[in-house]
Design a protein around this ligand. Structure first.
Ligand SMILES: *Cc1c(COP(=O)(O)O)cnc(C)c1O
Length: 402
């Protein structure tokens, strides 16, 4: 039986995905094929090379080599319903590249209000300059969403759960409405990855991931991807070629290395995150735990319905703490590093106050940043959960001792 049998679970398929004899030879992982120039045997071969424009054969470095093609192939297998995947130098570049592929001057873009902040910055900066109007909507309010459509709406940008505040929305419904209105739906699928949320099967047209997070998984590489069925894949690829987006084969090999262990890492960090979220729920210093995997949290039913897995990233809200107390909490942590990004093997903590970012919604119903309510986001890694809980316990103790 072929190891590439589509009946196998995706966890099984990613262990050998991208392995093709002509790319890999007899070794387990695709070699790193560095190269800008690809040499042709003669002029006739050079001419023949121009007539097709497919990946999977040598042409020129910007079209990639077997190292990048193997990763694309593996990510396409990870996303049910995808025809192909395009790689980008970062998750942010993937978001920009995908939006560029579907928008032009005069179009209206609808964007979920709980989107990753740099995506909002892109809409308010680059895309505005380009003549694209962005309207933000509350992803938890269907009437608000519906009312934002007009006959110039060409695309809808979603994310689930929302960055920082972690509320889950009903993607199948939002995506179906977009399709009915003739708009393309794009989703930032970084949190659950294609493994935890099959975005295309749930009605989205383009599934985007910051591979920097879970797929890379080791905090040592930046990359992004966009996967789609054939029609949108063609547009993504053409746009990426025109923008000159290319990733190095060395980076592609690093991301590829993270892929076979991703399911295991996500399973472990989700379990620990859930355990820590439950523990935080009982702390008097905490007013809200924002974690869709936690029963009783907003969107938990949707999570159970639509997702096959979660991850270690969630947030909580401190009550009656000023910023100095929050800083004492975070500074006292030993195992949780202080820093951006997430999805690596080591745990991270990040103070946040999203009040000024949101313009169309509020969730949870708190006054952000007032001292009454301050946010902390945790990215739970692979350390033992009991050690992480002890670390947080020390953080709470430091908060009391001013
Ligand atoms: C980090 C992140 C990105 C951007 O990825 P980079 O590789 O850092 O550019 C996009 N979306 C979400 C939800 C993220 O957390």
């Amino acid at each position: 039986m072929s190891k590439d049998n589509p009946n196998y679970h995706r966890e099984t398929r990613v262990t050998t995905a991208g392995r093709k004899e002509e790319w890999t030879g007899q070794v387990v992982n695709p070699p790193i094929w560095r190269g800008s120039t690809h040499l042709y045997s003669d002029v006739a071969a050079l001419e023949a090379g121009k007539s097709t424009n497919e990946d999977g054969r040598f042409f020129y470095g910007r079209r990639g080599s077997p190292t990048q093609w193997a990763l694309c192939d593996a990510l396409t297998k990870l996303e049910p319903g995808a025809f192909g995947t395009v790689l980008y130098p970062s998750g942010t570049a993937a978001l920009a590249g995908a939006l560029f592929s579907v928008l032009k001057a005069g179009d209206v873009l609808l964007m979920a209000d709980n989107i990753y902040d740099p995506t909002r910055g892109m809409a308010n900066g680059l895309f505005k300059q380009m003549g694209v109007e962005t309207r933000f909507f509350n992803p938890l309010d269907l009437d608000d969403y519906r009312s934002k459509f007009c006959d110039r709406t060409k695309a809808v940008m979603l994310e689930n759960p929302g960055s920082l505040t972690m509320e889950l929305c009903d993607i199948p419904t939002l995506a179906r409405l977009a399709r009915e209105k003739g708009a393309v739906s794009l989703i930032d699928n970084t949190w659950a990855s294609s493994l935890g949320f099959a975005a295309l099967e749930h009605g989205c047209d383009i599934s985007i991931m910051a591979l920097t997070k879970h797929v890379g998984g080791h905090s040592d590489v930046m990359m992004g991807s966009a996967s789609a069925a054939e029609r949108y894949y063609r547009r993504l690829r053409r746009t990426a070629q025109q923008l000159g987006h290319v990733v190095s084969p060395d980076d592609a090999a690093l991301v590829m290395r993270g892929l076979p262990t991703m399911a295991l890492r996500l399973e472990r960090s989700s379990q620990s995150a859930l355990q820590i979220a439950r523990w935080l729920q009982d702390r008097k210093e905490v007013s809200h735990v924002l974690c869709p995997m936690l029963p009783g949290t907003r969107g938990h039913e949707v999570w159970q319905r639509d997702f096959t897995g979660g991850c270690g990233l969630f947030s909580f809200v401190l009550r009656d703490a000023d910023k100095a107390a929050r800083a004492r909490f975070v500074d006292a942590l030993d195992l949780f590093g202080i820093g951006y990004s997430w999805g690596g093997f080591e745990s991270l903590a990040l103070p946040f106050d999203p009040g000024h970012i949101r313009t169309a919604s509020t969730w949870p119903p708190v006054q952000w940043g007032t001292g009454e309510h301050l946010g902390i986001r945790l990215s739970v890694g692979l350390e033992h959960a009991a050690d992480l809980i002890e670390d947080l316990e020390n953080g709470f103790a430091a908060m009391e001792n001013s």
